[in-house]
Ligand binder design. Structure first.
Ligand code: FAD
Ligand code: EPU
Length: 347
């Protein structure tokens, strides 16, 4: 046990904690206090502590969507509550309540093992269940909002545990109420509504081809998860081997007229028509077209496998990664008139 750690019922506090192994970019950072919470019922007591009330708060999951550019001068609070419970089985779908500290991918595999469908396209996304609603994680044509019934959270605005239904969470593309009001809510558990049968989503580029390579003609939900995992392992660098946070930029959403004008100039630019006269552009293509793919500035770089993934080749600091990200944003804006937005939280 770390001599700087104080153990209380339901939580542990460590002073001057090292976060360099607790962020997937593997950049150096420390927190003045690290509070690891094993029981959500301890949250009111934690937030009543004077030191916690006086300090800025950062809720930290697995750190796979955060870039630290400095030490955290306050409390980094890690929800580590565990447990998966079936709370209701309503014929067509099951309600499953999952504590925030469970691993997302372990839960996806658990659900498929129980014959529950829906999450197969979201296999192998790093991080915890509690972080999944924050940016409404998505991949291969599916977003988690379609399967979230209720988010349970501690609301610091009124010091109470609250239950928010999916509509109240105001989910959008890589967006939610929680992302817009950072650190107001500590998500403690998520209740999912998972169907027993669900139409497979196979249209995202590469999924059908991967299933064909696996020689699967009539795929099960588990086979789709397997295909997605194979694609992801091939396309994205593994954080265990090279520090990264997945896509560093969101795919920009622009008015259709602007997308059309761009497309007339660069016919190869991939884009996806959306609702309300909006269009989503491929940020990866914009970054690659500016010549950044595989580039390196010291130990901060852009992956040579995927132009949207910024990487730490070893000893990069968050400041260096962020400086490179800003150069990319400026270059894309100068060439295409589109301002990229970072996806991870920049601390
Ligand atoms: P963290 O990185 O620790 O936190 C992310 C944000 O959520 C922070 O703002 C934090 O304050 C907040 N937060 C975390 N937990 C809680 C909580 N319990 N209560 C309140 N706030 C909280 N994302 C996708 O959507 N799709 C992908 O396909 C995808 N692929 C990825 C691939 C790689 C290789 C990597 C490294 C990342 C990828 N990501 C992807 C991003 C990341 O996996 C998700 O954003 C994930 O949900 C982050 O989980 P985490 O536990 O690591 O959260
Ligand atoms: N492309 C390039 N260069 C590259 C890579 C891709 O030009 O180096 C172009 C290709 O034309 C490709 C298109 O970009 O067809 C889209 O690429 P990809 O299918 O890899 O998807 P993405 O838009 O880059 C998004 C999500 C990922 C998610 C994948 C799969 C965002 C910001 N990213 O990436 O999510 O896994 O789709 O659904 O929406 C994450 O959020 O961290 C993340 C990894």
């Amino acid at each position: 046990m770390n001599p700087n750690t104080l153990v209380e019922t339901g939580f542990r506090i460590t002073e001057d904690a090292d976060l360099s192994r607790r962020n997937s970019f593997r950049v150096p950072a420390r927190a003045q206090w690290l509070v690891e919470v094993d029981d959500a019922r301890a949250l009111p007591e934690i937030f009543a502590l004077g030191a916690v009330q006086r300090s800025p708060l950062l809720v930290l999951g697995e750190g796979s969507n955060i870039l630290f550019t400095r030490d955290w001068p306050g409390v980094a609070l890690m929800p580590r509550m565990r447990g998966i419970q079936s709370v209701a089985d309503g014929g067509d779908a099951s309600r499953v309540r999952v504590a925030a500290g469970e691993s997302w991918n372990d839960f996806v595999l658990w659900s498929l093992g129980k014959g529950l469908a829906g999450l197969e396209n979201l296999a192998l996304i790093p991080g915890n269940v509690g972080a999944a609603p924050i940016q409404n994680i998505g991949a291969y044509g599916v977003e988690v909002r379609d399967f979230i019934a209720v988010v349970e959270a501690f609301d610091r605005a009124n010091g109470k545990l609250v239950r928010l239904d999916s509509r109240e969470c105001a989910f959008g593309y890589r967006d939610s109420l929680f992302k817009r009001e950072p650190d107001r809510f500590v998500v403690t558990a998520v209740e999912f509504a998972l169907p027993h049968r669900h139409e497979l989503v196979l249209d995202y580029a590469g999924v059908r081809e991967e299933l064909a390579t696996m020689k699967i003609d009539v795929p099960s939900h588990a086979a789709v998860a397997e295909a997605v995992m194979r694609l992801r392992l091939r396309k994205l660098p593994k954080p265990g081997e090279i520090g990264n946070a997945g896509s560093f930029f969101k795919n920009p959403i622009v008015p259709a007229a602007e997308a059309n004008a761009l497309w007339r100039e660069c016919a190869a630019l991939p884009f996806w028509p959306g609702t309300g006269g909006q269009c989503k552009l491929s940020a990866a293509w914009l970054v690659e077209s500016c010549g950044f793919k595989g580039q390196r500035e010291g130990d901060a770089g852009v992956s040579d496998r995927h132009a949207l993934v910024l990487v730490n080749h070893g000893a990069a600091t968050g400041v260096q990664v962020w400086a490179l990200a800003q150069r990319i944003m400026d270059a894309v804006a100068a060439r295409f008139g589109v301002r990229l937005e970072p996806e991870p939280r920049i601390v």
